[in-house]
Design a protein around this ligand. Structure first.
Ligand SMILES: Nc1ncnc2c1ncn2[C@@H]1O[C@H](COP(=O)(O)OP(=O)(O)OP(=O)(O)O)[C@@H](O)[C@H]1O
Length: 193
C-alpha cells in the first residue's frame, strides 16, 4: 500500500492580536505531533547547539539567492545582514514527514502563498471589533505604543482583505475563547479528516 498523500497545509491569518497564537498553542497541545511549522532557511551561521534542518536550514548566501531567483521562496527578508525565508519545499517537507503544515502569516504572506501551488486551506481569525482588539493587545502588554498603533492600523487592512470574495475558506470571530477555539478546531478537523 502506498502512503497517504501529504495533507494540504493550513494558513492561519488575521490581525495581530486576533488570537492566532492562542488557538495554535491549544491545538498543538491537544494534538501533539499532528501539526508542524515549516523550517525557515537562513544564511546566518548556526549557533552552538543548533542543527541544520531543526532550527533552520542553514544555507550559503549564494544558494539562498539562487533559490530566490528560481522562485523557490514564498517570502524572504534580510535582518542584520542575514537572509531569512520560507520555501515552498520547506512547507512540503512538513507534509512529507506526515504532519499538517500550519502557516501563521499575515495578509501579505497569504497573497504570496496564493502565488504558489501549495493549495492550502485559508482560515481567517478575527477579533469581534477593533476596540476589543486594542484592549487585547494592550492587555498582552508586548508592544510599545507605536508598535501597537501600527498593528491597529494594519488590522483594518487585514479585515478589509478578508471581506474579499474567496480570500478565505473560513472566518472565525474570536469572541468567547472556548466557543471560538471549538470552531477553529472543528474546521481544521473537518478539512484534515
Ligand atoms: N477570546 C479571547 N478573549 C479574551 N482574550 C483573548 C481571546 N483570545 C486571545 N486573547 C488574548 O488576546 C491577546 C492576543 O492574542 P494572541 O497573542 O493569540 O494574538 P495573535 O493573533 O497571535 O497576535 P500576533 O499576530 O501579534 O502574534 C493575548 O493576550 C491573548 O491571551
Amino acid at each position: 500500500m502506498s502512503p497517504a498523500p501529504p495533507s494540504r497545509p493550513i494558513v492561519v491569518s488575521g490581525p495581530s492580536g486576533a488570537g492566532k497564537s492562542t488557538f495554535l498553542k491549544r491545538l498543538f497541545a491537544e494534538y501533539p505531533n499532528k501539526f508542524g511549522f515549516s523550517i525557515s532557511n537562513t544564511t546566518r551561521a548556526p549557533r552552538a547547539g543548533e542543527t541544520d534542518g531543526v532550527e533552520y536550514y542553514f544555507i550559503t548566501r549564494e544558494k539562498f539567492l539562487e533559490g530566490v531567483a528560481n522562485g523557490d521562496f514564498i517570502e524572504h527578508a534580510e535582518f542584520s545582514g542575514n537572509l531569512y525565508g520560507t520555501t515552498v519545499q520547506g512547507v512540503r517537507n512538513v507534509g512529507e514527514r506526515g504532519q499538517i503544515c500550519i502557516l501563521d502569516i499575515d495578509m501579505q504572506g497569504v497573497k504570496l502563498v496564493k502565488n504558489t501551488n501549495l493549495n492550502p486551506y485559508y482560515l481567517s481569525v478575527q477579533p469581534p471589533s477593533l476596540e476589543v482588539l486594542e484592549q487585547r493587545l494592550r492587555g498582552r502588554g508586548t508592544e510599545t505604543e507605536s508598535a501597537l498603533q501600527a498593528r491597529l492600523a494594519a488590522a483594518q487592512g487585514e479585515l478589509d482583505y478578508a471581506k474579499e470574495e474567496g480570500a478565505y475558506d473560513e472566518t472565525i470571530v474570536n469572541d468567547d475563547l472556548e466557543a471560538a477555539y471549538s470552531k477553529f478546531r472543528d474546521f481544521i478537523n473537518r478539512v484534515t479528516a
